[in-house]
Design a protein around this ligand. Structure first.
Ligand SMILES: [Cu+2]
Length: 162
């Protein structure tokens, strides 16, 4: 009997604690300005151009700019619906201009980087057939220190404007 009482009291204490936590959350929610991503980062004109052959690597282009206090590097990306993603740049290798893995790009306040055809881009590998032209997907930039910035890219077919 005593045991049962104790456990029911314990259970009701938990329920009260839960209710308090909930009300605390909902009371605070309207005041908190939700800030997604890294403060000061602006991404514009983001698009992903699919390869002519389904499943082949797709290129992602966008205009990056930053107005913030903290310096970081552009380096690691992940793409929803792709197995992996690498930052690429074109360079001369073996007497041919071809794309290769890019070195991290240092970013400070005022930095702008154009990810564009023939230049910096993010290469998405192992692209899911679910990513279709006309749709969108999310790209996440992960910087040193672990902060992330997620943005949406428009998906275009291979033949469309890049
Ligand atoms: Cu590439």
């Amino acid at each position: 009997m005593i045991k049962a009482k104790q456990s029911s009291r314990f259970a009701s204490t938990l329920a009260i604690a839960g209710a308090m936590a909930l009300s605390a959350c909902s009371a605070e929610a309207p005041e908190v300005v939700e800030e997604e991503g890294i403060a000061g980062v602006t991404i514009e004109n983001a698009r992903m151009v699919l390869a002519p052959v389904e499943g082949n690597p797709a290129a992602i282009y966008f205009d990056f700019s930053y107005e913030g206090d903290r310096a970081f590097s552009l380096d690691r990306f992940s793409v929803e619906g792709a197995e992996s993603a690498v930052m690429h740049q074109y360079g001369e290798y073996d007497r041919k201009v071809q794309m290769m893995e890019a070195l991290p790009i240092p970013v400070t306040s005022g930095t702008t980087v154009e990810f564009k055809p023939g230049d910096f881009h993010v290469m998405a590998m192992g692209v899911s057939p679910e990513l279709q032209a006309g749709g969108t997907t999310d790209v996440t930039l992960k910087v040193s220190g672990g902060d992330t910035h997620t943005f949406t890219v428009e998906i275009r077919a291979a033949g469309e404007e890049r």
